[in-house]
Design a protein around this ligand. Structure first.
Ligand code: CO
Length: 419
């Protein structure tokens, strides 16, 4: 269980997709990766390591080998998690209470957000000497709570309750006069309220990740989906040796809302970066297509472990256990990109490195969710396998996984990148 504490620290430092990218960027910079901008001309050469961000919430890192290049080895994960987004004009006054006007981002388990410490993080854009600049914000203290209604006034709540997001969810934030929110943001950022021109701010759970169980065999934290895979991809890249493939770590935003943004998996981001690497190395179009043909992608997003309270929702046999190893995901409707060919590649890689794998399929009566792999493959059409870490309580404000699986995922990523 070498990595679980470090993973939980990484998640704790990364309350939003913007912060996750900043955390990854710091580790890459410390490991001598150079930052490139999409607005510049890139001059790349053999053995060059770099990264590029888009919208400050997606990041693609690459490491070009010294040896002749066979293809790209791409490890993809997503930086975002379901969260409550703060709307423009964020204050909802009632008497002299002020609640925050929020809406859903992604599909969370709404009840899990009640009666726990929450705060606000994201980014603001402001004008400074005629230029628009961006600043990350994290109000690093317990700032608001969504209080439940007492059972005496909502006596049926334990029989199932349909949450009215607009009415029930706005977090209780202050007592006082309107304007207290913008004053707080101004104080926290050091930017005058009238200079702030735009913001992407979210209410996030303050719960710090922790391990539990008699042998600390479990871990619980917000945002395990999908920051556990982001962390595994990053560590796998940093732990790997240069082989015959361009190592690519692709971290997309907006998976939880369908990936259809300029920084999501359903954008040209990955395709643009791969093209520019090839262009900078003076590949012809044919060489580029030959290299794509030899390429492989691991799409890493967490998987459902079988829940002891809901065993009938899982497939009768393809039902991952926590600490059972990395999960290989299959789906008849191709919501997961794994097929026999890509499964064979992953199984051979795991066998060679003595890593356990387990298989996941949805129960045939349940449609299941989607992920990055099949969306990304539509843009960059390479052999792809969908993998993940088994977890419980997906999209809760505090999710549960096995403490050991993260080590296996890092080893698999590192072995993949070292080929
Ligand atoms: Co996910």
């Amino acid at each position: 269980m070498a990595h679980i504490k470090k993973l939980l620290d990484f998640i704790n430092q990364s309350p939003t997709a913007f912060h996750a990218v900043a955390s990854v960027k710091k580790e890459l910079t410390d490991a001598s990766f150079t930052e490139f901008s999409e607005g510049d001309t890139w001059r790349l050469s053999k053995a060059r390591k770099g990264f590029v961000t888009r919208n400050s919430s997606a990041l693609i890192a690459f490491a070009i080998p010294e040896k002749p290049i066979k293809g790209f080895h791409i490890f993809a994960a997503h930086t975002d998690s379901p969260v409550f987004r703060i709307k423009e004009n964020p204050e909802l006054p009632f008497e002299d209470y002020i609640r925050l006007n929020v809406e859903k981002y992604g599909g969370m388990i709404v009840s899990s957000w009640f009666d726990r410490p929450l705060s606000v993080a994201g980014r603001v854009l402001y004008e400074d000497k005629g230029k628009i600049v961006e600043k990350l914000v994290n109000i690093d203290r317990d700032l608001c709570v969504i209080p439940n209604v007492a059972i005496h006034m909502n006596s049926d709540i334990n029989n199932g309750y349909k949450y009215d997001i607009q009415k029930d969810v706005p977090p209780l934030f202050a007592r006082g006069k309107k304007g207290v929110y913008s004053q707080l943001i101004a104080k926290e950022t050091g930017i005058k309220a009238e200079d702030i021109l735009g913001s992407d701010l979210f209410v996030y759970p303050r719960q710090k990740g922790f391990t539990f169980g008699t042998k600390n065999e479990f871990a619980a934290s917000p945002r395990l989906d999908d920051l556990a895979c982001v962390y595994a991809g990053l560590k796998g890249l940093l732990d790997s040796d240069s082989g015959e493939y361009v190592r690519v770590l692709a971290l997309f935003d907006n998976e939880e809302v369908g990936s259809g943004t300029k920084q999501g998996a359903d954008s040209t981001f990955l395709e643009d970066v791969l093209f520019r690497i090839g262009e900078s190395l003076s590949w012809s179009r044919t060489e580029y297509l030959k290299i794509l043909h030899e390429s492989f992608a691991l799409s890493a997003d967490n998987a459902h472990g079988v829940h002891p309270a809901m065993q009938n929702k899982a497939d009768p046999v393809n039902r991952p256990m926590l600490n059972g190893g990395v999960v290989l995901k299959f789906n008849g409707n191709q919501k997961y990109a794994t097929d026999a060919s890509s499964a064979a590649f992953v199984r051979a890689l795991a066998r060679k490195n003595k890593l356990k794998l387990q298989d996941y399929s949805n129960n045939s009566n349940i449609p299941g969710g989607s992920t990055l792999g099949n969306i990304s493959t539509a843009h960059v059409s390479v052999r792809t396998a969908d993998i993940g870490l088994a977890q419980l309580a997906m999209h809760s404000a505090c999710e549960t996984m096995g403490s050991k699986d993260i080590d296996d995922m890092i080893k698999l990523a590192s072995a993949f990148f070292s080929l």
